[in-house]
Structure formats: C-alpha cells, structure tokens
Ligand binder design. Sequence first.
Ligand code: NI
Length: 227
Amino acid sequence: MLITIPELLTPEEVAWCRSRLASAAWVDGQTTAGPISAVVKNNRQLDPTSSEATEVGQVVLEALHRNPVFLSAALPLRILPPMFNAYRGGEHFGIHVDNAIRNAPGSATRIRTDVSTTVFFSDPDEYEGGALTVETPFGVQTAKLPAGHAIVYPSTSLHEVTPVTEGERIASFFWTQSMIRDEGERALLFDLDQVIQDLRERHGVEDPQALRLSFVYHNLVRRWAET
Ligand code: NI
C-alpha cells in the first residue's frame, strides 16, 4: 500500500531545504550502493555526514514526528537519518529491492527496513520522467508528488525511479523500522486509525463508537507491536 502524506513540510521549510541542498556537494550514488543495486543505480547523493544532509535531515525528522498520517502509517520504532538523492540527464535507479538490514551511520545499531519514505523537494513540473514506481499486489503504482509531499510504502516492494530526461529531481529517502513488522497488520491498523479519527472529527472526541474502536486498536497494537 502506498500512502501519500500531503504537505509534510511547510512551503517555508521546502524553500529553506531547497536552498541548502542547492549549495551542497553531490557525489556519485555508486559510492553507497550495495553490489546488486550498483548495477541498476545511476544517480547522485549527498554525503550523509555533510552539514547539508544533517541539517535538512533534522527538518525532515521533526516534520515526521509532528505528522499524524506518517505516525499512523509507519508506527515507527526507529527512523534512519534521511538521505538525499538527485537525478538529471537520464539518471535513474532501475528496479530493485532495498537491503533488509541497515546500520545506523556511525553506530552499531542495526535496523530492519520495514517502511520506505520518499520526500519530494522538486515540483513535478520541474522535471520530465523521474516517477517512483512501486510493485504492489494490485499492480504497479506510481508517485510523482509536489515539493514537500511524501510517499510511504513497504520496504519489501520492488521499486524504481524512472529516468529523468529534463530538469532535475531532488528528494530525500529513508527507512523506518516499524513497531509492526507485518505490512498487512500495519495496513489494517492504519485503516482502523483513519476511521477512528474520522468518527472523532464528525462526532467529537468522546464519540462512543470511536471509543470502542480505539479499544480494539490499542489492544491489537499490544498484540502485534515490538518495542
Ligand atoms: Ni530503493
């Protein structure tokens, strides 16, 4: 399931992040590719230890922690520091699956990649191509969203970024280990939470049906969550 998060970042945050990213030193994406993805990977990335990556990454992380849709969709246990990539002049990232386990940079902590997120920093009319396409049980789904919007999808998916033939596409991408390992359970909890929020919006926070459903929600989280 692909879940869109509109306006994860405010227009002011997008503008600030874009100006920081514009002055950053981009390096060949091959330097961080594993042996399999190196074959299909053709893009540029920011050095994760650069001040631009750290500072813009912090803005993204703060936005995630205040966003109810992201928290409900990912149910994060740990979020790896956001990384950044850029595509132009035919650059692309062919179809692949991301590594299951990744090390948090500079630490011995390993995380299981359950949820992948892309945050767009370029608007769709600034480049041709460059769609994120994800294979799902219901066919291939495509995302190419306005700057500041994000897309969340299961890291178990095969996915690609199609060639950027005009302009430039800049985005942030990162992985989350979820408290809910199974993507089917995670999707059910997301749907249930959306219904609860909708009931509360329409009938007030003390709506008895919302209360019963939140009893079910929290007890399912108790059964399924790893913390
Ligand atoms: Ni990938």
